[in-house]
Design a protein around this ligand. Structure first.
Ligand code: GLN
Length: 491
């Protein structure tokens, strides 16, 4: 028997429907794999009893012919999604032991469609980071290692636990969120597929807010087809989130295998950075060649405001974060540190509850929004954001259907290797991904090759608003050519 944990989500759906395997068998195999892989620290909470109970209910529905599209599929949930009755902390000490009384819209849609919850995955505290090193539960180890080396590597962030869980075959798919790259960068680092849908495609209700105008949830999966299947269940209108768009959700899976002939793919010249590793250049060129052989037409394009995206993002995101995080005051949720009076209690709770990176963001955000600095920083960053969006719009208006870029400027790095003395070193990870959030566009990261040390590298496809389907079609062409990237088990 093939290991049940090595199936793709699509294969597992097929085998469950044919009653080749049961949901309980599939879930139990994953529960056992999760227990064996605790060294990775991918999960911050395992919910095995709940998983088996959900799987039993799935088997009953399958027997009655009432299976939903994700019936019996074991998934991991980023700890940023509120799960009713199940601890949700955003991996922050300030939400210690917070147990929501409600379910996020996205997870409720996954359960509606029959999925099974294995547990909650690790992430950077409040999703702030690119390496999963800021979590109050500690770092996640990537299942990947450089050839001939035992140096522990980061899985990327902030959805590091979700990416590691998918890459290590500890679930068939995972939810993730992306404010500046947190779905695509960890996917690229772990040889998995991650899509950040168009802003407004998925409901943000019940997802712990970081920067509300940029946050968007999406799946991390083993394959492009799996991402298409999972996104269909996650997406859709929601009256509880006014930024969630009321448009029908297409059958994304139907886009897999669709010809890409005649599609015009923009290659933005500003993404060719000085000092970019030759291997990244190489897979980018390789990706261009693959799409060309598939019949797509490549065109050079310019996105002239790209160089301002990162600095503008690191004003807009902290500004919104400082406002969103004001709610953690020791009164309503989680941690409370006793104080002399209420102000002292607020201050002590926030000083104790937030980690260093979160405190840095709150301070930057408060500064750029303060009287006297607002116009110079926040307002200008918003203006830059409009220009970035316009760059993309002009290319799309000129007939470009999607763009191809590298997903990250490097392969995964070692735990503790980056950002210690200078946080900007860590922020530079987001150089290819933040533009997409600033413009509200969909972006997918697909594994496309390996570096000299055998670590996976990803390419990013950026699409027109609400045209995730084209990204799935193009992404699958790359995946078909590049093959899958599976980490060797050492844990
Ligand atoms: N790395 C970026 C940051 O730290 C993006 C994080 C995210 O997308 N959640 O802000």
């Amino acid at each position: 028997m093939t290991e049940l944990t090595s199936l793709t989500l699509a294969e597992a759906c097929d085998r469950l429907r044919k009653k080749d395997i049961s949901a309980v068998e599939l879930t139990s195999a994953h529960v056992a794999a999760v227990e064996k892989a605790r060294a990775l620290n991918a999960y911050v909470l395992e919910t095995p009893e709940q998983a088996v109970a959900m799987a039993k209910a799935s088997d009953a529905r399958i027997a009655k012919g009432e299976a939903g599209p994700l019936e019996g599929i074991p998934l991991a949930i980023k700890d940023l999604f509120a799960t009713k009755g199940v601890r949700t902390t955003a991996c922050s000490h300030i939400l210690d032991n917070f147990v929501p009384t409600y379910e996020s819209t996205i997870t409720s849609q996954l359960w509606r469609d029959g999925a099974v919850m294995l547990g909650k995955t690790n992430n950077d505290e409040f999703a702030m980071g690119s390496s999963n090193e800021t979590s109050c539960f500690g770092t996640v180890q990537s299942p990947w290692r450089r050839e001939g080396s035992n140096t522990p590597l980061v899985p990327g962030g902030s959805s590091g636990g979700s990416a590691a869980a998918v890459a290590a075959q500890l679930c068939l798919g995972a939810t993730a969120t992306d404010t500046g790259g947190s779905i695509r960068q960890p996917a690229a680092f772990t040889g998995t597929v991650g899509i950040k849908p168009t802003y407004g495609r998925c409901s943000r209700w019940g997802v712990v807010a970081f920067a509300s105008s940029l946050d968007q949830a999406g799946p991390i999966t083993k394959t492009v087809r799996d991402a298409a299947i999972m996104l269909r269940s996650m997406a859709g209108p929601d009256a509880k989130d006014t930024t969630c768009v009321d448009r029908p959700v297409p059958d994304y899976e139907a886009a897999i295998g669709k010809s890409v002939k005649g599609l015009r793919i923009g290659i933005p010249k500003e993404y060719r950075l000085d000092g970019m590793p030759a291997e990244i250049e190489k897979i980018w060129q390789q990706g261009c060649d693959w799409l060309k052989s598939g019949g797509a037409e490549l065109v050079d394009v310019s996105l002239p405001h790209t160089k301002y995206a990162l600095p503008a993002y690191y004003i807009v995101a902290p500004a919104e974060a400082s406002s969103n995080l004001a709610r953690y005051d020791g009164v309503r949720y989680g941690l409370r540190a006793p104080g002399r009076d209420i102000t002292d209690m607020y201050e002590k709770t926030r000083a104790e509850g937030f980690g260093a990176e979160v405190r840095r963001r709150v301070m930057i955000g408060t500064y750029v929004l303060s009287a006297g600095y607002y116009d110079a920083y926040y307002l200008r960053a918003q203006q830059v954001r409009t220009l970035i969006k316009r760059d993309f719009e002009q290319c799309f208006e000129a007939g470009v259907h999607a763009m191809l870029t590298p997903a990250t400027p490097s392969a995964a790095f070692g735990i503790g290797e980056k950002g210690g003395a200078d946080p900007v070193e860590m922020y530079l990870n987001d150089v290819f991904t933040v533009t997409v959030n600033m413009a509200g566009l969909p972006g997918i990261a697909v594994p496309a090759g390996s570096d000299a040390q055998g670590l996976p590298l990803g390419l990013q496809l950026i699409g027109r608003p609400f045209d995730e389907e084209t990204l799935f079609s193009l992404g699958e062409v790359i995946e078909r050519e590049a093959g899958r990237f599976v980490a060797k088990s050492w844990w």
